[in-house]
Design a protein around this ligand. Structure first.
Ligand code: SAH
Ligand code: SF4
Length: 338
């Protein structure tokens, strides 16, 4: 619920406006999720709240902490029995949460464990926001950055995702700076244009992964509907409106999209855009794709840089706990099947 809506609801119940601030302080700052424990409220108010609201935080069913970099992967169970995951990682020393927006994903990219696990349903705004609260309570870390890069395609669950962002940036709730929010999308042009209209100025990351439509069609089925050029045009529009630098994600797959020609074509595509390219050697735990050799990855980066495109190689975090996209859930599903 947004702050305004919550204020309205409690006023309808006869509570004063400042009570909303007190309650949200318990939830978002002190991580107290039971009205009974909110000791600055009267007994009568507490029972009124209990009768009219519920604070639902997903139940952690599994947690794995990387011994390499302290990345922590959470698997939650929702009241309907479905499972979702989020990851706590440390980026430049700051706690960052990678959160999910859907159960599974309808886009079905061939390299992605989430995509391969099928699509069940969208998460609602509360299920998205409460992942942050569950992580903070368990880890005792204050989340500073949020990346919408967990399970699911955020722009195919547009309304709930936008609502969750508006809740998280509200000063009365989590109070996250919008510039610390990143949304990663496979690239749905009309939704990127819609996002431009929101004037939210969040960081947009586009999962491009190929430099020709012919190659992209092979790994991202939805590319047959939206071409690379349409995506780039929409991204350009977003960038001009928000004046934020775009991130382009490019997973490197051995002998598929790692050729010099790919790097040159990619540089040409991005020419004129204010971009930063993240090169991610593909995580191959649940697919047949392989990472290119290190020298090949470095060469790809050099070609981009020599063409005036900023690029960095991102080695995965939490490699020992399979913290990459969708992997814990699929492991859990597999173990249920076995
Ligand atoms: N649906 C959105 C956000 C979730 S996926 C998107 O596709 O952008 C988050 C990121 O993980 C995407 O860039 C996606 O391409 C990447 N990813 C998925 N499977 C991967 C794998 N096996 N190895 C490396 N990156 C992967
Ligand atoms: Fe969905 Fe993103 Fe995975 Fe593709 S990479 S299947 S869009 S979650």
């Amino acid at each position: 619920m947004t702050y305004e809506k919550f204020v309205q609801k409690i006023q309808e119940l006869g509570l004063e406006k400042y009570r909303a601030d007190q309650i949200l302080d318990w939830i978002y700052k002190k991580h107290v999720f039971v009205f009974e424990q909110m000791t600055n409220l009267s007994k009568q108010h507490r029972s009124l709240l209990r009768e009219n609201f519920c604070i639902q935080i997903p139940k952690i069913v599994s947690k794995r902490v990387s011994s390499i970099d302290k990345t922590t992967k959470y698997l939650y169970e929702l009241p309907d029995g479905n499972t979702i995951e989020s990851v706590l990682l440390f980026h430049e020393g700051y706690a960052t949460a990678c959160i999910s927006t859907q159960i599974g994903c309808p886009v079905k990219c061939s390299f992605c464990a989430t995509g391969q696990s099928g699509f069940v349903r969208n998460l609602d705004a509360g299920e998205i926001v409460s992942q942050i609260l569950a992580i903070e309570k368990d880890s005792k870390q204050t989340i500073r950055n949020i990346v919408y890069m967990g399970m699911g395609e955020p722009l195919l669950n547009y309304d709930n995702v936008i609502k969750s962002i508006k809740i998280l940036i509200d000063k009365k709730t989590k109070n996250i700076g919008i510039r610390r929010v990143t949304l990663s999308t496979v690239g749905i042009p009309e939704m990127i244009l819609k996002l431009s209209e929101e004037r939210l100025d969040l960081n947009l990351a586009i999962s491009l992964h190929a430099s020709t439509n012919e190659k992209r069609d092979q790994i991202i089925p939805i590319n047959r509907k939206y071409s690379i050029q349409e995506i780039i045009n929409a991204a350009k529009n977003y960038q001009e409106r928000s004046d934020r630098r775009l991130t382009i994600e490019y997973i490197l797959i051995k002998e598929f999209n790692d050729f010099d020609e790919d790097a040159r074509r990619l540089a040409k595509l991005l020419n004129g855009l204010k971009v930063f390219v993240n090169l991610i050697p593909v995580n191959s735990t649940f697919s047949n794709f392989e990472k290119p050799a290190k020298w090949k990855i470095n060469r790809f980066k050099e070609i981009l840089i020599n063409s005036g495109i900023e690029a960095e190689i991102r080695y995965e975090k939490g490699a020992d706990i399979e913290a990459a996209c969708g992997q814990l859930r699929i492991r859990n599903l597999l173990s249920k099947q076995l």
